[in-house]
Design a protein around this ligand. Structure first.
Ligand SMILES: CC(C)(COP(=O)(O)OP(=O)(O)OC[C@H]1O[C@@H](n2cnc3c(N)ncnc32)[C@H](O)[C@@H]1OP(=O)(O)O)[C@@H](O)C(=O)NCCC(=O)NCCS
Length: 208
């Protein structure tokens, strides 16, 4: 699945993305608020290879996308929409940007696209996200895209041996914020977005 927003293309991982992913995944600030060990280049490359092998959605129900600027260039980050509870049509989002790509609203734009994909094309009822209470950059993204803070969950993860609390945000399909999301475009799988082919569709259905 290839999605497009004003400035971005959200596309499946390719093996050739490894260098760009390694660039941010091995930087200490990436995991500052996350309960995962700092990746080394090998582990980051394995992550990319697994994404390529498993496709979308993967075995856990996650749709992983590389975020790239329209017109090409190295990937600037990655986003994920998880469908772990299909029966109740719940989804959750995660996102990361390369440090050099921050401060331009690209995460906000990518997540808006992902939310529209989740609501309009996957027919989800609720999409949530959570972040460490001190990960202000992350929960500011949630607020900018129109998610509402539902509360603070205590001791959700242990970072460097210390229990941390998380803020929980969500948006419902019927919320005004969800209905006001810009319509994400979709390119046919295998389309050459690198060549600038952009056939936007506003009311597509997922096939297969
Ligand atoms: C979370 C993360 C993706 C946020 O990145 P970000 O660059 O702050 O987020 P955005 O791309 O939405 O950019 C927002 C910033 O760009 C500015 N901006 C500039 N142009 C903008 C535009 N057109 N639209 C929206 N914001 C814009 C905003 O004012 C904002 O800056 P501010 O925070 O100083 O007010 C980033 O900090 C990150 O990758 N962190 C590490 C991984 C992580 O923690 N992920 C979340 C796990 S829960």
């Amino acid at each position: 699945m290839i999605l497009t927003t004003d400035r971005l293309v959200l596309r499946p991982f390719r093996f050739s993305d490894a260098a760009a992913i390694i660039a941010y995944a091995t930087a200490p600030d990436f995991i500052r608020f996350l309960p995962i060990p700092l990746a080394n280049p090998e582990r980051a490359a394995d992550f990319v290879a697994q994404r390529v092998r498993e496709g979308q959605p993967d075995g856990l129900g996650d749709w992983h996308f590389v975020v790239q600027c329209r017109g090409g260039g190295a990937p600037v980050g990655a986003v994920r929409l998880g469908l772990r509870d299909e029966e109740n049509r719940q989804g959750d989002v995660g996102y990361v940007l390369h440090p050099a790509a921050r401060g331009q609203g690209l995460a906000t734009e990518a997540v808006r696209g992902l939310l529209d994909f989740g609501f309009r094309l996957l027919d989800l009822e609720r999409i949530w996200a959570s972040a460490d209470v001190d990960n202000r950059a992350s929960w500011r993204v949630m607020e900018r895209v129109g998610m509402r803070r539902e509360g603070v969950s205590r001791h959700t993860m242990r970072v460097d041996g210390v229990w941390r609390d998380s803020v929980l945000y969500a948006v419902l399909a019927g919320d005004a914020a969800a209905r006001a999301l810009p319509k994400v475009g979709r390119l046919a799988d295998g389309a050459a977005e690198d060549r600038g082919a952009e056939e936007e569709e506003s009311s597509v259905r997922i096939v297969g």
